[in-house]
Design a protein around this ligand. Structure first.
Ligand SMILES: CC(C)(COP(=O)(O)OP(=O)(O)OC[C@H]1O[C@@H](n2cnc3c(N)ncnc32)[C@H](O)[C@@H]1OP(=O)(O)O)[C@@H](O)C(=O)NCCC(=O)NCCS
Length: 214
């Protein structure tokens, strides 16, 4: 038996042109933590809900977060964490999270890239890749994303992928009230990636999230 037989999410792999999105493994965490340490955003910017990447508890905090996501995986509530490689080099992470997916067929995404890998279309392509995976392979009918109002790159990526506004909520960031804009995209509005996806490890993952054979 291999680990992937016990934890099917480890087998998910999505190829999309120059990008490969593959399940994050424990052995990837050191490289991911190096990218975090090298910087994900300019000084003063705060793109994340929590300022996890700037905390004193890094890199241990990242490892603990990943263990918590793996440990908490269930069909009712899961998080698929994908390492993003561009031309074979790890550049960031793309997540998909869902609750009650077999019933609601809706999931949310989150992502980041190392600063030196930003601004050349990778953020858009990895979002398109994961949306195509969700719509075409998982059977999602709606996908959601959210970003602080002062995160124009994330807003622009959402716009380029075809999302529409879905309201906002007021959140607290470092003790200050900030607007978090919400977006959603459906298969009809989705702006597809310019490459066909090559997906592997799908069937066991579908069984793990309770949508096998549907
Ligand atoms: C968000 C993120 C994943 C996007 O990745 P990326 O590779 O830089 O994105 P792309 O190059 O595909 O697209 C970025 C778009 O934003 C635009 N953009 C960049 N800076 C901008 C600014 N200050 N104002 C408006 N648009 C801006 C770019 O011009 C580009 O749009 P275009 O293709 O129409 O020119 C990446 O910037 C990142 O990791 N940021 C930090 C973490 C983060 O914000 N994560 C999301 C949390 S919600």
């Amino acid at each position: 038996m291999d680990l992937v037989d016990i934890f099917p999410a480890y087998g998910v792999r999505i190829e999309c042109g120059p990008l490969t999105l593959r399940a994050l493994r424990e052995s990837d965490v050191p490289r991911i933590c190096e990218l975090v340490a090298d910087g994900i955003h300019a000084e003063g910017e705060r793109p994340f809900l929590l300022t996890w990447n700037l905390g004193d508890n890094q890199p241990l905090g990242s490892l603990q977060h990943y263990y918590a996501q793996w440990a908490g995986f269930s069909a009712d509530s899961w998080s698929l964490m994908l390492v993003v490689e561009r031309d074979g080099v790890i550049v960031g992470v793309q997540d998909v999270m869902a609750k009650d997916f077999p019933i609601v067929r809706c999931a949310e995404t989150g992502s980041w890239l190392g600063l030196s890998s930003q601004g050349r279309g990778t953020g858009t392509l990895m979002r398109q890749a994961v949306l195509a995976f969700a719509f075409d392979h998982l059977g999602a009918v709606e996908m959601r994303s959210a970003a602080w109002a002062d995160n124009p790159r994330s807003h622009r990526v959402s716009e380029k992928c075809g999302y529409v506004d879905n309201g906002y909520r007021l959140g607290v960031r470092e003790g200050v009230c900030v607007r978090e804009d919400q977006f959603l995209v459906t298969p009809e509005r989705f702006v597809r990636p310019p490459y066909e996806l090559v997906v592997s490890g799908l069937e066991p993952f579908l069984a793990a999230i309770g949508v096998a054979g549907s």
